[in-house]
Design a protein around this ligand. Structure first.
Ligand code: SDX
Length: 431
């Protein structure tokens, strides 16, 4: 990384100036290091949505929004989608390199032998209403993990950090399946060590005591691919949340639980659930034009969910892969879902419309994923839980990277104060 170039900033408002280093990474735009700006000029910078702000250096994921490029540790998402598995991608995100056979087998053995929840954790679910949203249950259950592993919570200890990563990646499917089972009134299923990661999850989700589960292998392959595509995405809102919470020294379970709640929002990971609901609302391809019109109407809060992205101003490469998957998986599962026709018609109409073209609004990762989740029998309320299972690999990789970075400090942004000026207290009798 070259830090030699300087950006000279002259502040004419108070006749002060600042010489700011220009920092470049391996790929992507250079960044102006504004660390001394306040000292040099007495001014803060202002960028409320962080659209022009890099919050950290990271070696995990690279996105080029203009070119629609996504790399995990330098490997293009298209190649990982075609050739890798979610567990291998989790190893890659955590360790920076693809594992050899021995490394992968060791990692898989560790994950497989950390999949169970503490038996006492099962009681937590009884406290929820049966119709509690599974994201509420998931966030609570993950935060509670720190109540069970308090002996291994030294965030400065690399072994504790690595063990927390194993536990989180291993237990998310077990907890997620428990959330679903509780919501439908089925008894919870224990993880089976003789099954691979995603198949084990599907068994915990759908196997009932009364009969063996007939699982189509297409389902596990499709879900594994969706997990790969959702595993990490640079400094998105939930990952930035995990980093900010982690910067205070909070334990990994509390930090990831914060990421889960950030992901829940419909502007972020909650969009996949919102897309399905919206497609059902639109109902048929004939109603697509009306939906596009509403999405453009500034007086209408209606937005096309699954469309647009802060970074991608081109096709989200993940959306391209998932769209192709839709046709293949539905055909192999023998599922004919009219909502896919609605989605395709919606995409076609939007991408021909000046409003979307001008604003570079393309389908994002959430636009088609729900169609596949639905075909796999996963209920709509569980869609963002699927996203959270996958993103846990990214979240905990970023959490560890931050702790391994020397000089990391607590995140503490400033503000522009717009409240009342200084004034004296007025006794209530005089108000
Ligand atoms: C994810 O950050 C990540 O990497 C996230 C993610 C990941 O893997 O972690 O990729 C996952 O969260 C994907 C995004 C899922 N969210 C949605 O699909 C919700 C619908 N999309 C939007 O709400 C919106 O596009 C965002 C939140 C995704 C991005 O918001 P920005 O960058 O703040 O963009 P903006 O709101 O400033 O929009 C720019 C313009 C505005 O119009 P003008 O003011 O210029 O007239 O585009 C319009 C917006 O009104 N616009 C939309 C729209 N998205 C943006 N108009 C209609 N429908 C939409 N979906």
């Amino acid at each position: 990384m070259s830090d030699s170039k300087i950006v000279k900033l002259v502040d004419e408002s108070n006749n002060r100036s600042s010489e700011l280093p220009l920092i470049s990474g391996t790929l992507g735009p250079a960044c102006i290091d504004i660390g001394t700006l306040y000292k040099d000029t007495g001014h803060f910078t202002y960028d409320p949505g962080y659209g022009s702000t890099a919050s950290t250096k990271s070696a995990i994921t690279y996105i080029d929004g203009d070119e629609g490029v996504l790399l995990y540790r330098g490997y293009p998402i298209e190649q990982l989608a075609e050739k890798s598995s979610f567990l291998e991608v989790s190893y890659l995100l955590l360790n920076g390199e693809l594992p050899d056979k021995t490394q992968f087998e060791g990692f898989e053995h560790q994950i497989t032998h950390h999949t169970m929840m503490h038996e006492a954790q099962k009681n937590f679910f009884q406290g929820f209403h049966h119709d509690a949203h599974p994201m509420a249950m998931l966030a609570a259950a993950v935060a509670s993990l720190s109540a069970f592993y308090h002996d291994d919570l030294d965030v400065e200890n690399p072994a504790d950090r690595k063990l927390a990563a194993i536990r989180l990646i291993a237990k998310m499917p077990t907890i997620a399946a428990a959330c679903f089972r509780y919501s439908v009134g089925w008894p919870m299923r224990y993880p089976r060590n003789n099954l691979e990661y995603v198949t084990r999850f599907l068994h915990m989700m759908f196997e009932v005591p009364s009969e063996p589960l007939q699982l189509n292998p297409v389902a596990a392959k499709a879900l594994d691919l969706l997990f790969i595509l959702h595993a990490d995405h640079e400094q998105n809102a939930s990952t930035s949340t995990v980093r900010l919470v982690g910067s205070t020294g909070a334990n990994p379970y509390a930090s990831v639980a914060a990421g889960i709640t950030a992901l829940w929002g419909p502007a972020h990971g909650g969009a996949n659930e919102a897309v399905l609901k919206q497609l059902k609302e639109i109902g048929t391809p004939d109603n697509v034009e009306t939906a596009v019109k509403r999405a453009k109407d500034k007086n209408d809060s209606f937005r096309l969910m699954g469309f647009g992205h802060r970074v991608y101003k081109n096709f989200d490469p993940r959306a391209k892969i998932i769209r192709e998957m839709c046709h293949k998986v539905l055909a192999e599962l023998g599922v004919n879902d009219p909502l896919l026709d609605v989605a395709m018609k919606l995409e076609e109409a939007a991408l021909k419309d000046e409003y979307f073209v001008e604003r570079k609004l393309y389908p994002n990762v959430d636009f088609y994923s729900g169609i596949i989740y639905k075909a796999l029998g996963i209920p709509t309320e569980m869609f963002t839980v699927m996203f959270a299972i996958a993103r846990t690999a990214g979240w905990i990789s970023h959490w560890i990277e931050q702790h391994e970075t020397p000089g990391s400090r607590i995140g503490r942004p400033r503000q522009i104060y717009t409240g009342a000026g200084v004034r004296d207290y007025v006794p209530s009798a005089k108000r």
